[in-house]
Design a protein around this ligand. Structure first.
Ligand code: NAD
Length: 544
């Protein structure tokens, strides 16, 4: 039962620093980057608050310079997963009984540490390990994770304060106890957002749960820095246990455990569907029905109406498709452009593509870096090469890949005559946009096409000056996107401003960084108390 006061400071979004020439933040983050780039990190697992080193090191690979050595992580095995589960279960009773205000103070402190003392280190780890430019790192590993922590604290306070109705003077009192889930919880996080990696385990822990966290190997450097910050902020041992283990083996052990109580997942649709299947198969093994929250893939669209402004469309496509090499679940990856606007849009995009610089995030002139690993480059290259050969597709911008130093894929635009061409349907997760040019008068038919073409429903945009066109699109695409944008690129959601998530094949749409998400990590107990219990079993209608 919670003994805290449900009040935290009003959260506001963390300001995004610019890192422009001459700014103090630029000099500061560059110095920390250089120091980390020229030293060797040694990344342990963390189980029950203890660093676990296995003596089986694997190298951290900077995607933009995969031969450069910045250190390694310790590769664990099945026994470490069992230990992490035991640690989480062991820490549970004390953690869930800690007053809410003491619990939440730790997460508010984590946010402050990231905002201040650890900002450079977490940003630099994200730049080195995940290849983000400083702009992309700042909005992810500084601002978004800080926002998640502060807003979640506020949402949790609101949630706990939501109590059922009691009629005053009615001889009773109704309450709701927001219990943490019974058992341990499991967070599986993707490589592409440090903020998601931080949010998935902490949002569950904030609500009194203890967690086994399996980060992506391609995000391991910033995951390590997050664990350092958690410890410094006073997170007790066993509350969040980070394992670095084989994904399939880890999940096999977790999903076989009777105390498994909840999964917070972000990653690809295929992995999530397989996991759901496993949990379903094992359902008879669990003490309680596990909560399953998953945010997964996207095939995010931009539909352009003939009344739109071509320069705005072109710019939104360049930024929305190519920032962070298109490795955002929300990246624009298919566009429907009317014939009358296409020549101007193409001309501007071609010019912008020529101006874009690609390379190491250490060079602040670069707009994008490498894709995350060799497998990722190979996959994008195979789609691009197939498009170059297919009669219904044409590579009109970029298309080259180079793996000699880093995993670089040029910003690429494929133009297709088939609106259901494979790259209009499948998630590529790289800097590859496919454009279908449609006859101006077929706007409504094109909206229908857009709605029906892919299995996903994550993000999408309509560009139009004509308000009737906006209205038609908003209705026609109602279920095509969980985050819908009007005259803006489909990426860049901000915590507490555009709650993020999609439905259909894109996930359970529980909106990370919202009260809706936190509700999934508690199980309500209704309590009715009668102050003066009756002693007569009879009712008025029974009287003479
Ligand atoms: P991924 O599915 O390859 O990996 C995600 C996590 O799942 C990693 O920790 C990985 O180790 C783990 N995993 C992989 N195979 C597993 C298995 N068999 N059992 C258990 N765990 C397993 O995804 P990724 O490449 O890290 O991230 C990119 C994907 O994530 C894209 O599809 C993207 O759209 C999606 N994503 C979605 C959102 C969203 O909010 N909807 C946000 C970010 C990323």
């Amino acid at each position: 039962m919670d003994k805290g006061f449900y009040h935290v400071p009003q959260a506001t979004n963390e300001p995004v620093l610019t890192y422009g020439p001459g700014t103090p933040e630029r000099a500061s983050v560059q110095a920390v980057y250089d120091e980390m780039w020229n030293s060797q990190v040694d990344i342990p697992m963390v189980i029950n608050g203890q660093p676990v080193k296995t003596g089986k090191p694997e190298r951290v690979l900077p995607p933009h310079d995969h031969k450069h050595n910045v250190g390694s992580y310790h590769w664990g095995e099945a026994k470490h997963v069992h230990q992490a589960i035991e640690a989480a279960l062991g820490a549970k009773e004390k953690w869930e009984n800690m007053s809410w205000s003491n619990r939440i103070a730790i997460f508010l402190r984590i946010a402050d540490l990231i905002s201040d003392r650890y900002r450079d280190r977490l940003n630099a780890a994200t730049m080195i390990g995940q290849g983000k430019t400083i702009q992309q790192a700042e909005i992810d590993s500084a601002c978004e994770i800080i926002d998640f922590l502060r807003f979640n604290a506020m949402f949790a306070a609101q949630l706990y304060s939501e109590q059922p109705h009691t009629q005053c003077g009615s001889n009773m009192w109704n309450r709701v106890d927001y219990r943490p889930l019974e058992g341990f919880t499991y967070a599986i996080t993707p490589f592409n957002f440090t903020a998601i990696a931080g949010n998935l385990p902490t949002s569950m822990a904030m609500m009194g749960n203890t967690v086994v966290w399996k980060p992506s190997l391609s995000q391991i450097y910033s995951a390590h820095v997050l664990m350092e910050i958690f410890e410094e902020a006073g997170l007790p041992p066993g509350v969040i246990n980070m394992v670095i283990t084989d994904p399939q083996e880890t999940s096999d052990i977790v999903f076989d455990h009777p105390e498994f109580a909840g999964l917070h997942f972000t990653g690809s649709t295929t992995v999530f569907k397989n996991i759901w299947n496993t949990i379903g198969t094992n359902i008879h093994k669990y003490r309680t029905y596990p909560r399953i929250v998953g945010e997964t893939g996207g095939k995010d669209f931009v539909v352009v109406h003939k009344s739109a402004r071509a320069p705005q469309v072109a710019n939104a496509l360049t930024r929305g498709s190519f920032e962070y090499s298109g490795q955002k679940c929300s990246a624009a990856s298919r566009a429907y452009v009317p014939e009358s606007l296409w020549p101007e849009v193409q001309e501007i995009m071609t010019r912008q593509a020529q101006e874009i610089k690609m390379g190491s995030p250490r060079d602040f002139k670069n707009f994008l870096g490498a894709v995350i690993h060799e497998r990722s480059l190979d996959k994008r290259e195979s789609y691009i090469q197939a498009a170059a050969k297919d009669s219904e597709a044409e590579v009109i911008i970029g298309g080259k890949c180079d793996k000699s130093q880093g995993w670089f894929v040029e910003p690429t635009v494929i133009k297709t005559t088939d609106p259901k061409y494979v790259t209009m349907r499948e998630e590529l997760f790289g800097p590859v946009l496919t454009v279908y040019v449609y006859p101006d008068e077929e706007f409504e038919a094109t909206l229908k096409l857009c709605d029906e073409t892919s299995e996903y429903g994550l993000t999408g945009s309509i560009f139009a000056q004509d308000r009737y066109a906006v209205e038609v699109a908003e209705n026609a695409l109602r279920n095509a996107a969980g985050n819908f944008y009007i005259n803006d690129k489909p990426t860049g959601s901000v915590v507490n401003q555009q709650p993020f998530g999609g439905a259909r094949g894109s996930g359970t749409n529980d909106k990370a960084g919202s009260k809706q998400n936190l509700i999934r990590w508690v199980s309500m107990r209704s309590i009715k108390e009668t102050f003066d219990a009756p002693t007569d079993f009879g009712y008025p209608h029974m009287k003479d």
